[in-house]
Ligand binder design. Structure first.
Ligand SMILES: O=C[C@H](O)COP(=O)(O)O
Length: 260
């Protein structure tokens, strides 16, 4: 059975005091969730990783980074943080290829692929993001875009590496807009991603990879999204900044795991 996962991507939000209040509330609320086999990950801005690592110590919440350098060796790379540095700090998950990195930093599929390899080499779990823009959806290019992004990012991995991936489908038009994909739209793309994994690797691998949906997930729509057969959890932006919202989303993931 696949493990459910809910990851909170704080993006460029947070301050030391505010982070502490958010985490205090979150850890208290999460401890009241039904027992279920789900992973909860918090991805704060890089500068707060050490603070959050200290706050979550001893809890079941894992630490994630919003990015990783494409450079793997120490050197003259101003502003970069390597997978080895992230692992050194206690990071276990790394978001790779988020659409905001692709659009604001011109990140290419090749760079995404290198980051995935760097993360895997340090035993970090890459959360590889894919998703189409509204124009691409309206031009009926969803399958082309998703397969191109997946091909670029993961098709050259060995099977033993690919089975350690998490893939997040985030339609760009649904990110931070309040416009969630319908459960049917999201499920259709998730099923497509599984088919793609089957075609490159095999059915067993494809059925084992955790797939997340991201894009305006909140406490109201989470349950119906997570009920979809190929959606195993969420990559949560705005709603991860409120402990009650994020806990409700984690609850929805836990219940969907318990109810099968
Ligand atoms: O990484 C998270 C996603 O970009 C979703 O963000 P959002 O929940 O604010 O729409």
């Amino acid at each position: 059975m696949r493990k459910a996962l809910v990851a909170g991507n704080w993006k460029m939000h947070g301050r030391i005091e505010q982070n502490k209040l958010l985490l205090d509330g979150l850890l208290t609320q999460l401890s009241g969730l039904p027992e279920a086999d789900i992973d909860v990950v918090i991805c704060p801005p890089l500068v707060y990783l050490a603070q959050i690592e200290a706050l979550i110590k001893g809890s079941s919440v894992a630490l994630g980074s919003q990015d990783v350098s494409r450079f793997s060796s120490d050197g003259a790379h101003t502003g970069e943080s390597s997978a080895e540095m992230l692992a050194d700090l206690g990071v276990r998950y790394v978001i790779v290829g988020h659409s905001e990195r692709r659009s604001e930093h011109d990140e290419t599929d090749d760079q995404v692929a290198t980051k995935v390899v760097n993360a895997l080499a340090l035993e970090l779990t890459p959360i590889v993001c894919v998703g189409e823009t509204l124009e691409q959806r309206e031009a009926d290019q969803v399958a082309d875009v998703i397969s191109r992004q997946l091909k670029g990012a993961i098709s050259s991995l060995r099977r033993s590496e690919a089975e350690r991936l998490v893939i997040a489908y985030e339609p760009v038009w649904a990110i931070g807009t309040g416009k969630t994909a319908t459960p049917e739209q999201a499920q259709e793309v998730h099923a497509f991603i599984r088919q793609y994994l089957t075609s490159v690797f095999d059915e067993e691998l494809s059925q084992g990879v955790t797939l997340l949906y991201g894009g305006s997930v909140n406490s109201t729509n989470a349950a119906v999204l997570f009920e979809q057969v190929d959606i195993d959890g969420g990559l949560i932006g705005g709603a991860s900044l409120k402990s009650d919202e994020f806990t409700a989303i984690c609850r929805a993931a836990a219940l969907s795991t318990i109810n099968g």
